[in-house]
Ligand binder design. Structure first.
Ligand code: 1AL
Ligand code: ZN
Ligand code: ZN
Length: 467
């Protein structure tokens, strides 16, 4: 008779949670963590791992990726996108509603993406719905489909079928989203400011990287955040500001928080690791909106992270074929596609630039990459921590092992990233999704199992109940 009682035991790891680091064992049964602490050697499992010297993180939750499927799968896709995340220690992602075609602004758009994700994603996932002018009547049905929240752009999104949300649509949308008890996420740059500055620079033939950065000043983010926070205060709508590029933007969010607005803020690894000189050096590869800025802004974000003012780190992985990114910073950078390809490197950036270089505690890194995302989007404590009863989403990391990122290490459809050539201390060795290995020492482990949507589809629930 078999004495195996668990599916997995990870022994003697340094277990990192939002509360700190402890040494111990983790046992997993039926996809859940069932025991943490000292587990007797008599206890057996189908898979036993010795994690001596390794750190065990809760799988990361990436709240912000653009995988572009269906419709622009040649830009990335759910299979390659989710594989790259698994290689970076991520176990759950939320896909943005634009870039895919049709966009996720209607229930139909939602369902076709959900079908694609169920077939292709090796990780668990959530889907953002879109808030665009004219789709107010779709918000309720999108909520019933199971959106994680609603994403809107306050400036041009670059995607024709996904218009930026004008002030009236934003205000009405937030009233509706508050009624639905959901959350709005905003790309907060002022369309008026960015548009008029860009038009005048382009007309003057000023089209370098520095001109592009000057056309999207910090002011335009602060103004947009302030306006959105005012609407949130009046409508009582939950608000999440994505990709803040400076500590000054975070400060504006903190002010709103202190005055009682239910608001959170995200930044991205690239704003913490790269600056305007990297944009000049790398050109299109490092072009994004808001743009990379001077090093003082980078350091201001680290200060905000240390003080707990930044809630979430999301990758904003928004890749495109190399031809759309080609061009140096001295050509016309305005005409290149904006979006950074970086989802595989989030934990690496946080460990190298945060833990090793700036002494950011591991529990802070866990909080912003896993616990806070789970809490903000209603998944805690099922996800976002290592606790008895939680999903066994686990990432084993050798903190001391360093590596130099090579293009061939990347699982993206297009093996490009601004981090190629950079040395990182901290190597992801294994990623487990609900107790199953999905990544192991440089290889994706794909046995055909697919991830699940993390939210419930109400229409499915009511169908099941009535049948
Ligand atoms: N259409 C996009 O993917 N846009 C993204 N592009 C960036 N950030 O440069 C974004 O999140 O705004
Ligand atoms: Zn954006
Ligand atoms: Zn984005």
């Amino acid at each position: 008779m078999s004495s195996e009682i668990y599916d997995l035991i990870i022994r003697n790891g340094q277990i990192v949670t939002e509360d700190g680091v402890i040494t111990g064992d983790i046992a997993v049964l039926d996809q859940k963590i069932v025991q943490i602490g000292q587990i007797s050697p008599e206890m057996k499992a189908k898979l036993e791992m010795d994690a001596t010297g390794l750190h065990v993180f809760p799988g990361l939750i990436d709240t912000h990726v653009h995988f572009n499927e269906p419709g622009r799968t040649e830009w990335e896709g759910l299979a390659t996108g989710s594989s790259s995340l698994a290689a970076g220690g991520v176990t759950t992602f939320f896909d943005m509603p634009l870039n895919s075609s049709p966009p996720t602004t209607t229930p139909h758009g939602f369902r076709v993406k959900q079908e694609a994700a169920d077939q292709k994603s090796i990780l668990d996932y959530g889907l953002w719905g879109g808030l665009v002018p004219g789709n107010l009547d779709s918000l309720e049905s999108l909520k019933e489909c199971g959106v994680i929240g609603f994403k809107g752009f306050m400036s041009n999104s670059g995607i024709e079928e996904f218009l930026h949300v004008d002030d009236a649509s934003l205000f009405q949308g937030m009233q509706k989203i508050a009624e639905l008890d959901s959350i709005v996420a905003l790309h907060a740059e002022s369309d008026a400011i960015t548009n008029s500055l860009a038009a005048s620079y382009i007309a003057q033939g000023r089209r370098t990287a520095r001109d592009y950065v000057a056309s999207r000043p910090v002011l335009s983010e602060i103004e947009a955040v302030g306006r959105a926070a005012t609407y949130a205060e009046i409508t009582k709508c939950k608000l999440h500001i994505v990709h803040a590029s400076s500590g000054e933007v975070v400060k504006r969010v903190t002010q709103a928080k202190q005055s009682g607005v239910d608001i959170t803020v995200e930044t991205c690894p690239h704003y913490l690791a790269l600056n305007i000189e990297d944009l000049e050096r790398l050109g299109g590869l490092a072009k994004c909106a808001p743009p990379l800025r001077e090093q003082a802004h980078v350091e201001s974000l680290w200060e905000a992270l240390k003080s707990g003012e930044i809630d979430i780190i999301g990758s904003d992985h928004s890749p495109a074929p190399a031809s759309m990114k080609a061009g140096s910073s001295y050509d016309d950078i305005f005409s290149l596609w904006g979006g950074i390809s970086g989802a595989q490197s989030t934990l690496n950036v946080m460990l190298e630039e945060g833990y090793w270089r700036r002494g950011i505690p591991l529990e802070t890194i866990v909080r912003v990459t896993s616990t806070n995302p789970a809490k903000r989007f209603g998944l805690y404590p099922r996800k976002g921590t290592i606790a008895v009863g939680s999903d066994a989403d686990l990432t084993l990391v050798d903190l001391e092992a360093s590596f130099k990122l090579k293009a061939e290490d990347l699982f993206y459809r297009h093996a490009q990233s601004p981090y190629v050539g950079k040395t990182f201390r901290g190597t992801v060795l294994y990623t487990f999704l609900r107790g199953q290995v999905v990544f192991q020492k440089g290889e994706i482990f794909n046995n055909g199992t697919r991830g699940k949507m993390v939210t419930e589809c109400m229409s499915k629930i009511s169908n099941e109940k009535s049948s």
